[in-house]
Write a protein that binds this ligand. Structure first.
Ligand code: GDP
Ligand code: MN
Length: 383
Protein backbone atom coordinates (compact mmCIF):
# COMPACT_ATOMS: atom_id res chain seq x y z
CA UNK A 1 0.00 0.00 0.00
CA UNK A 2 1.40 3.36 -1.06
CA UNK A 3 0.79 6.25 1.29
CA UNK A 4 0.05 9.77 0.18
CA UNK A 5 2.76 12.28 1.05
CA UNK A 6 0.96 13.66 4.10
CA UNK A 7 0.25 10.17 5.42
CA UNK A 8 3.91 9.31 4.89
CA UNK A 9 4.95 12.45 6.76
CA UNK A 10 2.70 11.51 9.67
CA UNK A 11 4.34 8.10 9.61
CA UNK A 12 7.77 9.74 9.61
CA UNK A 13 6.80 12.02 12.50
CA UNK A 14 5.95 9.02 14.67
CA UNK A 15 9.56 7.94 14.36
CA UNK A 16 10.97 11.37 15.09
CA UNK A 17 11.86 12.37 11.54
CA UNK A 18 11.50 16.14 11.25
CA UNK A 19 8.70 17.33 8.93
CA UNK A 20 6.97 20.69 8.52
CA UNK A 21 3.73 21.54 10.32
CA UNK A 22 0.71 21.50 8.05
CA UNK A 23 -2.76 20.20 7.39
CA UNK A 24 -4.99 18.50 4.83
CA UNK A 25 -7.57 20.35 2.75
CA UNK A 26 -10.20 19.18 0.29
CA UNK A 27 -11.61 22.61 -0.51
CA UNK A 28 -10.12 26.03 -1.25
CA UNK A 29 -11.48 27.48 2.01
CA UNK A 30 -9.98 24.62 3.99
CA UNK A 31 -6.67 25.25 2.27
CA UNK A 32 -6.77 28.88 3.44
CA UNK A 33 -7.62 27.79 6.99
CA UNK A 34 -4.72 25.27 7.01
CA UNK A 35 -2.37 27.94 5.64
CA UNK A 36 -3.41 30.42 8.35
CA UNK A 37 -2.64 27.75 10.94
CA UNK A 38 0.70 26.71 9.43
CA UNK A 39 1.92 30.30 9.04
CA UNK A 40 2.94 32.03 5.79
CA UNK A 41 4.62 31.44 3.47
CA UNK A 42 3.13 28.04 2.78
CA UNK A 43 3.48 25.40 0.14
CA UNK A 44 0.36 23.87 -1.41
CA UNK A 45 0.90 20.28 -2.51
CA UNK A 46 -1.33 17.99 -4.57
CA UNK A 47 -1.82 14.65 -2.79
CA UNK A 48 -1.62 11.95 -5.44
CA UNK A 49 0.28 8.69 -5.53
CA UNK A 50 2.63 9.72 -8.28
CA UNK A 51 5.98 11.50 -8.29
CA UNK A 52 7.00 14.57 -10.26
CA UNK A 53 4.13 16.64 -8.88
CA UNK A 54 6.37 19.69 -8.81
CA UNK A 55 7.07 19.56 -12.54
CA UNK A 56 3.39 18.94 -13.27
CA UNK A 57 2.37 22.15 -11.47
CA UNK A 58 0.96 20.36 -8.44
CA UNK A 59 3.21 22.14 -5.94
CA UNK A 60 3.08 25.90 -5.40
CA UNK A 61 4.38 28.38 -2.87
CA UNK A 62 1.93 30.96 -1.50
CA UNK A 63 2.84 34.10 0.42
CA UNK A 64 -0.67 34.98 1.58
CA UNK A 65 -4.29 33.84 1.65
CA UNK A 66 -5.02 35.26 -1.81
CA UNK A 67 -2.24 33.20 -3.33
CA UNK A 68 -3.42 30.13 -1.45
CA UNK A 69 -6.85 30.63 -3.04
CA UNK A 70 -5.39 30.95 -6.52
CA UNK A 71 -3.16 27.89 -6.25
CA UNK A 72 -5.62 25.70 -4.35
CA UNK A 73 -8.23 26.46 -7.01
CA UNK A 74 -5.91 25.44 -9.81
CA UNK A 75 -4.46 22.35 -8.14
CA UNK A 76 -7.71 20.83 -6.84
CA UNK A 77 -9.21 18.83 -9.69
CA UNK A 78 -5.95 18.81 -11.60
CA UNK A 79 -5.03 15.65 -13.46
CA UNK A 80 -1.47 14.65 -12.69
CA UNK A 81 -0.50 11.82 -15.01
CA UNK A 82 -3.86 10.16 -14.69
CA UNK A 83 -4.30 10.93 -10.99
CA UNK A 84 -7.15 13.26 -10.08
CA UNK A 85 -6.29 15.68 -7.27
CA UNK A 86 -8.95 15.53 -4.53
CA UNK A 87 -6.82 16.55 -1.60
CA UNK A 88 -4.14 19.08 -0.76
CA UNK A 89 -1.47 19.18 1.86
CA UNK A 90 -0.68 22.71 3.04
CA UNK A 91 2.49 23.14 5.06
CA UNK A 92 4.67 25.94 6.29
CA UNK A 93 7.20 26.57 3.51
CA UNK A 94 10.84 25.78 4.20
CA UNK A 95 13.89 27.70 3.12
CA UNK A 96 16.14 25.39 1.20
CA UNK A 97 19.92 25.55 1.18
CA UNK A 98 20.47 22.08 -0.30
CA UNK A 99 18.32 19.18 -1.50
CA UNK A 100 19.45 15.62 -0.71
CA UNK A 101 18.03 12.17 -1.21
CA UNK A 102 17.66 9.29 1.26
CA UNK A 103 15.86 5.96 1.06
CA UNK A 104 15.64 2.45 2.41
CA UNK A 105 14.21 -0.35 0.39
CA UNK A 106 14.41 -4.10 0.16
CA UNK A 107 16.97 -5.51 -2.23
CA UNK A 108 15.29 -8.84 -2.87
CA UNK A 109 18.10 -10.36 -4.89
CA UNK A 110 20.66 -9.55 -2.19
CA UNK A 111 18.20 -10.51 0.58
CA UNK A 112 19.28 -7.37 2.38
CA UNK A 113 17.97 -3.88 2.95
CA UNK A 114 19.44 -1.23 0.73
CA UNK A 115 20.11 2.30 1.90
CA UNK A 116 20.75 5.05 -0.65
CA UNK A 117 21.86 8.58 0.06
CA UNK A 118 22.76 11.32 -2.36
CA UNK A 119 23.71 14.97 -2.26
CA UNK A 120 21.83 15.31 -5.54
CA UNK A 121 18.24 15.29 -4.30
CA UNK A 122 15.16 17.12 -5.46
CA UNK A 123 15.41 15.52 -8.88
CA UNK A 124 14.34 12.13 -10.11
CA UNK A 125 16.73 9.63 -8.52
CA UNK A 126 16.55 7.35 -11.57
CA UNK A 127 17.90 10.24 -13.59
CA UNK A 128 20.76 10.73 -11.13
CA UNK A 129 21.46 6.98 -11.24
CA UNK A 130 21.67 7.14 -15.03
CA UNK A 131 23.68 10.36 -15.36
CA UNK A 132 25.92 10.23 -12.36
CA UNK A 133 25.77 6.86 -10.58
CA UNK A 134 28.66 7.77 -8.28
CA UNK A 135 26.53 10.54 -6.81
CA UNK A 136 24.47 7.89 -4.99
CA UNK A 137 26.07 6.25 -1.97
CA UNK A 138 24.71 2.77 -1.37
CA UNK A 139 24.87 0.47 1.61
CA UNK A 140 23.40 -2.96 2.14
CA UNK A 141 22.05 -3.41 5.64
CA UNK A 142 21.78 -6.85 7.16
CA UNK A 143 18.36 -6.96 8.88
CA UNK A 144 19.82 -8.94 11.78
CA UNK A 145 22.55 -6.42 12.47
CA UNK A 146 20.48 -3.34 11.70
CA UNK A 147 21.87 0.06 10.83
CA UNK A 148 24.56 1.32 13.17
CA UNK A 149 25.40 4.97 13.71
CA UNK A 150 28.88 4.25 12.36
CA UNK A 151 27.61 2.82 9.08
CA UNK A 152 25.05 5.64 8.71
CA UNK A 153 27.95 8.06 9.19
CA UNK A 154 30.03 6.33 6.51
CA UNK A 155 27.10 6.52 4.12
CA UNK A 156 26.60 10.23 4.72
CA UNK A 157 30.33 10.85 4.29
CA UNK A 158 30.45 8.83 1.12
CA UNK A 159 27.48 10.78 -0.27
CA UNK A 160 29.48 13.96 0.47
CA UNK A 161 26.63 15.79 2.17
CA UNK A 162 27.59 19.25 3.33
CA UNK A 163 29.65 19.03 6.54
CA UNK A 164 27.10 20.97 8.59
CA UNK A 165 24.36 18.53 7.55
CA UNK A 166 26.13 15.30 8.40
CA UNK A 167 25.35 14.90 12.13
CA UNK A 168 21.65 15.56 11.64
CA UNK A 169 21.55 13.42 8.50
CA UNK A 170 22.91 10.47 10.50
CA UNK A 171 20.12 10.95 13.05
CA UNK A 172 17.52 11.14 10.31
CA UNK A 173 18.87 7.98 8.68
CA UNK A 174 18.72 6.06 11.96
CA UNK A 175 15.12 7.20 12.52
CA UNK A 176 14.22 6.49 8.93
CA UNK A 177 15.59 2.98 9.26
CA UNK A 178 13.46 2.42 12.37
CA UNK A 179 10.47 3.75 10.49
CA UNK A 180 11.22 1.35 7.65
CA UNK A 181 11.71 -1.72 9.85
CA UNK A 182 9.36 -1.17 12.80
CA UNK A 183 6.86 0.53 10.55
CA UNK A 184 6.84 -2.53 8.24
CA UNK A 185 7.52 -0.58 5.07
CA UNK A 186 8.91 -1.93 1.78
CA UNK A 187 10.14 1.51 0.86
CA UNK A 188 10.75 4.81 2.62
CA UNK A 189 12.08 7.59 0.45
CA UNK A 190 12.78 11.23 1.24
CA UNK A 191 13.33 13.34 -1.84
CA UNK A 192 14.22 16.01 -1.09
CA UNK A 193 15.72 15.71 2.33
CA UNK A 194 16.71 19.33 2.78
CA UNK A 195 19.36 21.29 4.57
CA UNK A 196 17.94 24.64 5.69
CA UNK A 197 20.03 27.83 5.77
CA UNK A 198 20.06 27.51 9.58
CA UNK A 199 21.59 24.01 9.23
CA UNK A 200 18.59 21.83 10.04
CA UNK A 201 17.96 18.62 8.12
CA UNK A 202 14.33 18.03 7.33
CA UNK A 203 12.05 15.80 5.22
CA UNK A 204 10.31 17.88 2.55
CA UNK A 205 8.66 14.97 0.77
CA UNK A 206 7.71 11.46 1.87
CA UNK A 207 7.19 8.30 -0.08
CA UNK A 208 6.20 5.30 2.01
CA UNK A 209 5.09 1.91 0.75
CA UNK A 210 3.76 -0.29 3.50
CA UNK A 211 4.23 -4.03 3.36
CA UNK A 212 0.70 -5.40 2.98
CA UNK A 213 1.69 -8.77 4.37
CA UNK A 214 2.35 -7.06 7.72
CA UNK A 215 -1.11 -5.46 7.82
CA UNK A 216 -2.32 -7.98 10.40
CA UNK A 217 -0.17 -6.37 13.06
CA UNK A 218 -1.13 -2.82 12.15
CA UNK A 219 -4.83 -2.24 12.81
CA UNK A 220 -4.02 1.49 12.62
CA UNK A 221 -3.37 1.16 8.87
CA UNK A 222 -7.12 1.07 8.30
CA UNK A 223 -7.04 4.87 8.60
CA UNK A 224 -4.87 5.02 5.47
CA UNK A 225 -7.13 2.70 3.52
CA UNK A 226 -10.32 4.60 4.25
CA UNK A 227 -8.94 7.52 2.34
CA UNK A 228 -7.65 5.50 -0.50
CA UNK A 229 -10.90 5.50 -2.40
CA UNK A 230 -10.52 1.76 -2.60
CA UNK A 231 -12.95 -0.47 -4.36
CA UNK A 232 -15.47 -1.37 -1.59
CA UNK A 233 -15.39 -4.99 -2.80
CA UNK A 234 -11.64 -5.07 -2.20
CA UNK A 235 -12.16 -3.71 1.30
CA UNK A 236 -14.86 -6.28 2.05
CA UNK A 237 -12.70 -9.06 0.66
CA UNK A 238 -9.70 -8.06 2.73
CA UNK A 239 -11.81 -7.89 5.86
CA UNK A 240 -12.73 -11.47 5.12
CA UNK A 241 -9.14 -12.49 4.46
CA UNK A 242 -9.52 -12.94 0.69
CA UNK A 243 -7.35 -11.73 -2.17
CA UNK A 244 -9.60 -9.77 -4.49
CA UNK A 245 -8.82 -7.70 -7.53
CA UNK A 246 -11.69 -5.87 -9.25
CA UNK A 247 -11.68 -5.93 -13.07
CA UNK A 248 -14.11 -4.62 -15.67
CA UNK A 249 -15.74 -7.64 -17.24
CA UNK A 250 -18.85 -9.65 -16.43
CA UNK A 251 -17.66 -13.08 -15.26
CA UNK A 252 -16.88 -13.27 -11.53
CA UNK A 253 -14.07 -15.69 -10.82
CA UNK A 254 -13.36 -17.62 -7.65
CA UNK A 255 -10.35 -19.92 -7.68
CA UNK A 256 -7.99 -21.43 -5.14
CA UNK A 257 -4.46 -20.14 -5.60
CA UNK A 258 -3.29 -17.07 -7.50
CA UNK A 259 -1.92 -19.17 -10.36
CA UNK A 260 -5.21 -20.91 -10.96
CA UNK A 261 -7.14 -17.65 -10.60
CA UNK A 262 -4.93 -16.05 -13.26
CA UNK A 263 -5.22 -18.93 -15.67
CA UNK A 264 -8.98 -18.93 -15.12
CA UNK A 265 -9.02 -15.27 -16.15
CA UNK A 266 -7.04 -16.22 -19.26
CA UNK A 267 -9.40 -19.03 -20.18
CA UNK A 268 -12.42 -16.80 -19.76
CA UNK A 269 -10.78 -14.29 -22.09
CA UNK A 270 -9.82 -17.02 -24.50
CA UNK A 271 -13.42 -18.17 -24.95
CA UNK A 272 -14.62 -14.62 -25.58
CA UNK A 273 -15.60 -13.46 -22.10
CA UNK A 274 -14.11 -10.95 -19.75
CA UNK A 275 -13.40 -11.36 -16.01
CA UNK A 276 -15.15 -9.05 -13.55
CA UNK A 277 -12.65 -9.82 -10.86
CA UNK A 278 -9.94 -12.07 -9.67
CA UNK A 279 -10.67 -13.72 -6.35
CA UNK A 280 -8.17 -16.11 -4.86
CA UNK A 281 -9.51 -18.00 -1.88
CA UNK A 282 -6.07 -19.47 -1.22
CA UNK A 283 -4.88 -22.95 -0.46
CA UNK A 284 -6.70 -24.88 2.26
CA UNK A 285 -9.88 -22.83 1.80
CA UNK A 286 -12.75 -24.15 3.88
CA UNK A 287 -16.50 -23.80 3.73
CA UNK A 288 -16.56 -20.42 5.45
CA UNK A 289 -13.98 -18.94 3.08
CA UNK A 290 -16.02 -20.11 0.09
CA UNK A 291 -19.20 -18.63 1.53
CA UNK A 292 -17.38 -15.32 2.10
CA UNK A 293 -16.04 -15.32 -1.45
CA UNK A 294 -19.52 -15.76 -2.89
CA UNK A 295 -20.82 -13.01 -0.66
CA UNK A 296 -18.11 -10.61 -1.91
CA UNK A 297 -18.74 -11.42 -5.57
CA UNK A 298 -22.46 -11.10 -5.08
CA UNK A 299 -22.02 -7.41 -4.18
CA UNK A 300 -20.59 -6.70 -7.63
CA UNK A 301 -23.37 -5.60 -9.94
CA UNK A 302 -21.27 -6.11 -13.05
CA UNK A 303 -21.08 -9.84 -12.45
CA UNK A 304 -23.49 -11.69 -14.72
CA UNK A 305 -22.19 -15.18 -13.99
CA UNK A 306 -19.89 -16.68 -11.38
CA UNK A 307 -17.24 -19.19 -12.33
CA UNK A 308 -15.87 -21.23 -9.42
CA UNK A 309 -12.73 -23.06 -10.43
CA UNK A 310 -11.28 -25.30 -7.75
CA UNK A 311 -8.43 -27.70 -8.09
CA UNK A 312 -8.19 -29.35 -4.70
CA UNK A 313 -4.79 -29.98 -3.22
CA UNK A 314 -4.85 -28.96 0.39
CA UNK A 315 -8.26 -27.52 -0.36
CA UNK A 316 -10.79 -30.33 -0.14
CA UNK A 317 -13.67 -30.70 -2.54
CA UNK A 318 -16.28 -31.47 0.10
CA UNK A 319 -15.30 -28.38 2.12
CA UNK A 320 -15.70 -26.21 -0.95
CA UNK A 321 -19.05 -27.80 -1.73
CA UNK A 322 -20.25 -27.27 1.83
CA UNK A 323 -19.24 -23.63 1.58
CA UNK A 324 -21.24 -23.21 -1.59
CA UNK A 325 -24.27 -24.85 -0.02
CA UNK A 326 -23.85 -22.66 3.05
CA UNK A 327 -23.63 -19.54 0.87
CA UNK A 328 -26.65 -20.54 -1.21
CA UNK A 329 -28.63 -21.03 2.01
CA UNK A 330 -27.57 -17.81 3.69
CA UNK A 331 -27.12 -15.27 0.89
CA UNK A 332 -29.37 -14.63 -2.06
CA UNK A 333 -26.82 -15.14 -4.83
CA UNK A 334 -28.02 -13.15 -7.83
CA UNK A 335 -25.92 -14.41 -10.76
CA UNK A 336 -25.92 -18.02 -12.00
CA UNK A 337 -22.96 -20.16 -10.94
CA UNK A 338 -20.79 -22.54 -12.92
CA UNK A 339 -18.45 -24.80 -11.03
CA UNK A 340 -15.55 -26.95 -11.99
CA UNK A 341 -14.37 -29.02 -9.08
CA UNK A 342 -11.35 -31.27 -9.40
CA UNK A 343 -8.58 -32.74 -7.26
CA UNK A 344 -8.78 -33.79 -3.62
CA UNK A 345 -12.21 -35.19 -2.69
CA UNK A 346 -13.79 -33.73 -5.82
CA UNK A 347 -16.13 -36.72 -6.06
CA UNK A 348 -17.51 -36.11 -2.59
CA UNK A 349 -17.84 -32.43 -3.36
CA UNK A 350 -19.81 -33.06 -6.54
CA UNK A 351 -22.02 -35.48 -4.64
CA UNK A 352 -22.87 -32.75 -2.11
CA UNK A 353 -23.70 -30.29 -4.88
CA UNK A 354 -25.78 -32.67 -6.96
CA UNK A 355 -29.09 -31.81 -5.27
CA UNK A 356 -28.52 -28.14 -5.89
CA UNK A 357 -27.87 -28.33 -9.59
CA UNK A 358 -30.23 -26.40 -11.83
CA UNK A 359 -29.99 -24.11 -14.83
CA UNK A 360 -28.64 -21.49 -12.39
CA UNK A 361 -26.12 -23.80 -10.79
CA UNK A 362 -24.19 -25.87 -13.27
CA UNK A 363 -21.30 -28.26 -12.80
CA UNK A 364 -18.77 -28.83 -15.61
CA UNK A 365 -15.93 -31.29 -15.65
CA UNK A 366 -13.27 -29.22 -17.40
CA UNK A 367 -12.06 -25.68 -17.01
CA UNK A 368 -12.63 -24.91 -20.69
CA UNK A 369 -16.22 -26.16 -20.72
CA UNK A 370 -16.95 -24.35 -17.49
CA UNK A 371 -15.52 -21.12 -18.91
CA UNK A 372 -17.69 -21.43 -22.02
CA UNK A 373 -20.81 -22.01 -19.96
CA UNK A 374 -19.99 -19.07 -17.70
CA UNK A 375 -19.46 -16.72 -20.65
CA UNK A 376 -22.72 -17.92 -22.19
CA UNK A 377 -24.64 -17.38 -18.97
CA UNK A 378 -23.11 -13.92 -18.65
CA UNK A 379 -24.69 -13.07 -21.98
CA UNK A 380 -21.48 -13.12 -23.96
CA UNK A 381 -20.70 -14.74 -27.29
CA UNK A 382 -18.57 -17.82 -26.91
CA UNK A 383 -15.59 -18.09 -29.23
P1 GDP B 1 7.48 15.80 -6.12
O1 GDP B 1 7.79 16.70 -7.28
O2 GDP B 1 6.21 15.06 -6.33
O3 GDP B 1 8.60 14.89 -5.77
O4 GDP B 1 7.22 16.77 -4.87
P2 GDP B 1 8.21 17.34 -3.73
O5 GDP B 1 7.48 17.36 -2.47
O6 GDP B 1 9.49 16.60 -3.75
O7 GDP B 1 8.44 18.83 -4.16
C1 GDP B 1 9.07 19.16 -5.39
C2 GDP B 1 9.94 20.37 -5.22
O8 GDP B 1 9.19 21.47 -4.77
C3 GDP B 1 11.02 20.18 -4.18
O9 GDP B 1 12.14 19.52 -4.69
C4 GDP B 1 11.32 21.61 -3.81
O10 GDP B 1 12.23 22.16 -4.72
C5 GDP B 1 9.99 22.32 -4.00
N1 GDP B 1 9.40 22.53 -2.66
C6 GDP B 1 8.58 21.69 -1.98
N2 GDP B 1 8.32 22.16 -0.75
C7 GDP B 1 8.98 23.34 -0.65
C8 GDP B 1 9.12 24.31 0.39
O11 GDP B 1 8.60 24.18 1.50
N3 GDP B 1 9.91 25.40 0.10
C9 GDP B 1 10.52 25.55 -1.10
N4 GDP B 1 11.26 26.61 -1.28
N5 GDP B 1 10.41 24.66 -2.09
C10 GDP B 1 9.66 23.56 -1.87
MN1 MN C 1 9.78 14.54 -4.16
Amino acid sequence: MDLLEYQGKRYFARFGIPVSPGGVAVTVEEAVARADEAGYPVVIKAQVRVGGRGKAGGIKLAADAAEVRTHATSILGMDIRGHFVRRLWVEHASDIAREYYASFTLDRSAKLHLAMVSARGGVDIEQVAAEDPDAIARLHVDPVEGLTAASARRLVDEARLDPEARDSAVEVLLDLYRCYVQGDADLVEVNPLILTPDARVHALDAKVTLDDSAAFRHPEWEEFRELEGEDPREVLARQKGLQYVGLDGEVGIIANGAGLAMSTCDVVNQVGGSPANFLDIGGGANAEVMANALEVINTDEKVQAIFINIFGGITRGEEVANGIVQALDSVDIRPPIVIRLDGTNAEQGREILKDRESDRFISRSTMLEAARTAVELAGGTVK
